[in-house]
Design a protein around this ligand. Structure first.
Ligand SMILES: [Zn+2]
Ligand SMILES: [Zn+2]
Length: 325
């Protein structure tokens, strides 16, 4: 059941740099890619060269007022795009548009059958809202992808699964009353962690009632508890929804030791989730899955989690030994 797999790779994507002292380090993309190359995974995938998202594509999710504001700050090269976490930098409009374009390219490849599974390590900017930046995220690439899937390709049932330690608020509230998005979000309890949302009583509105599923986890949640929750909730929800495509935001900051969060899972959880989803997408939706990166602030963990996920979709065993390089 191996499917065609592609990875979006381009130098532009590494220029999303919020400053030398900012915890979101663009080097993580380079390290993840280097590790994947060392395991000889990259030679088995299709490489997609990113494109720039068009202004009109950004507007499928974001407001024109906000997109223009980013453009203006990008030209100025300084200022804050939110209350403090997301500084503007020179060219930030273009760089974020490259990241959105990279994710859109992945979606196009999956929909057009060029690939079954696509990974964009640089994507997963899940906190940006329609009208504002938040939590290091300027434009919300998964949300723009969802909008394009709906509006351009007429997809009616999209499942978005978010395993980043932080609640994917931009995506969830962006489609809160939209029944074409089943949103399942595992994250550290909002009472302890940014953005302070994603409680179990937030279940969606109107026709989407019951289609937004929040699983807040207490600090120190380990593999056993996390996976129990995953298996108790995800298979049943996905089987009853019958998605046409799955989007996975695979933030690596849920890993033990992340400096910005307090969950205690290991690569084992990322691995088991990827295994289960891989099997499921081939069974349910012709293999269609788009995988985004996301958070992750301890560089070695980020690389290990994402490379493990990639290896699972490639059906390649990784040796236990991490290559020296
Ligand atoms: Zn496959
Ligand atoms: Zn995060």
């Amino acid at each position: 059941m191996a499917g065609k797999i592609a990875v979006v790779i381009g130098d532009k994507l590494r220029e999303y740099d919020l400053g030398a002292n900012h915890p979101l380090r663009p080097e993580r993309l380079k390290i993840a890619l280097a590790l994947a190359k060392n395991y000889e995974l990259i030679s088995s995938v299709n490489i997609l060269t990113p494109r720039l998202a068009k202004f009109e594509e950004l507007l499928l999710f974001h407001t024109a007022e906000y997109v223009n504001k980013v453009k203006e700050y990008s030209r100025l090269g300084y200022g804050l795009l939110d209350a403090g976490d997301t500084p503007a930098f020179s060219g930030c409009f273009e760089i974020t548009s490259w990241i959105v374009g990279a994710s859109l390219l992945g979606i196009e490849a999956v929909i057009n059958g060029k690939a079954d599974h696509v990974f964009n390590f640089s994507g997963g900017l899940h906190h940006a809202h329609q009208d504002k930046a938040s939590g290091f995220c300027i434009f919300n690439d998964p949300a723009v992808c969802i909008s394009v899937l709906k509006k351009k390709y007429g997809i009616k049932r999209i499942a978005y699964i978010d395993i980043d330690a932080h609640h994917g608020d931009g995506v969830m509230y962006g489609f809160y009353n939209d029944p074409s998005v089943l949103d399942i979000d595992f994250h550290e309890d909002g009472r302890y962690l940014f953005p302070g949302s994603g409680f179990p009583n937030e279940i969606g509105e109107g026709k989407a009632k019951g289609l937004k599923i929040n699983i807040p986890l207490p600090p120190n949640t380990n593999d056993k508890l996390y996976l129990e929750a995953f298996h108790r909730i995800v298979p049943a929800a996905l089987r009853s929804y019958e998605p046409e495509i799955i989007l996975l935001q695979s933030g690596a900051d849920s890993h033990k030791g992340d400096p910005l969060a307090h969950l205690s899972i290991t690569v084992k959880t990322y691995s088991e989730i990827a295994l289960w989803l891989h099997k499921f997408v081939h069974e349910m939706c012709y293999g269609k899955i788009m995988i985004f990166g996301g958070g992750g602030y301890l560089l070695s963990n980020v690389a290990r989690c994402w490379v493990k996920i990639l290896s699972i979709f490639l059906e390649k065993e990784l040796s236990e030994k991490i290559p020296d390089e």
